[in-house]
Design a protein around this ligand. Sequence first.
Ligand code: UDP
Length: 326
Amino acid sequence: MPETKKRIVLVTGGAGFIGSHLAEKLLEKGEEVFVIDDLSTGSLENIKHLQDNQNFHFTKGSVLDEKLVSETISKIDEIYHLAAAVGVKTVMEKPLDSLLNNLLGAEIIFKIAVRQRTPVLLASTSEVYGKNGNIPFQEDSDRIYGSAYHARWGYGMSKGVDEFLALAYFKEKNLPVIIARLFNVVGPRQSGSYGMVVPRFIKQALNNEPVEVYGDGEQTRAFGYVGSVVNALIELVGNQEKSYGQIFNVGSDEKISIKDLAQKIIDLTKSRSKIKFIPYTQVYGENFEDMRDRQPDLSKIKKAINYQPIPLIESLQKTIEYFRSH
Ligand code: UDP
């Protein structure tokens, strides 16, 4: 077997939930990993098991710090740009930070990466489809957003602009870019503090507290396991030219209503919790619109790489196991 050279990789947002799993997997593959994270929503706790690895280098800093990004990227072979605002709750509460991080962060990464044509994987989001209810979403499906009075849509729109930027850098500046639209990723180390439903339900169920379903609970989502998702990102980058300039949905296509999800988690944890329905207005105020249904079409990624997301039940079991022991 020919020996493959160790890659030097930058993961922005590498102390976050998904970023820390990605960094861990890259280290397991023998790569050298640099992480830039401002710890606004990520945490040192997420990466403490990596700190002793001599191939792991963490810098607390922002992707808006051009000097830091420039110095780091000069020695890097591949970039995974994950640093971004996390969760609907963050976007509703701090729209300005969220927008600026998403828009300026991506622009700085692309602008500096183009100097040496360093490949960039942009972590985008299923939020870019907005309230297009026509599931499953294909990569070229329409994006439909609500009004600017609803802060929520700012997240999807800003990530949507990042995607345009990425494709423009690809077309006009020859920057190798890959866009991965992540759909409701779940797993160990995900925090419930930013509104994410699965860790919240699991904690409530394990504590035998009411499991709080927002709205009527008939809205649907498809939850992808973080382990499968980060493997897919690494494979997409490994595919090089075949991935460049392309958009891929990444996640699971097994959809479930939020009410059924609550019941499933109550059953799996053998909890005494009851489901409690809470109006959206009570949680997010008046100016909130939810997405009714969201499910990816995964045909494109399945053609591109060997990708088989694990069943929802397994994702939930693994995540519950983690929360039980932490
Ligand atoms: N949700 C809920 N209870 C919670 C948190 C979220 O019922 O404690 C709902 C939320 O309104 C949405 C779905 O669960 O319909 C998924 O929410 P999440 O914030 O995890 O992801 P989203 O798909 O909204 O980005």
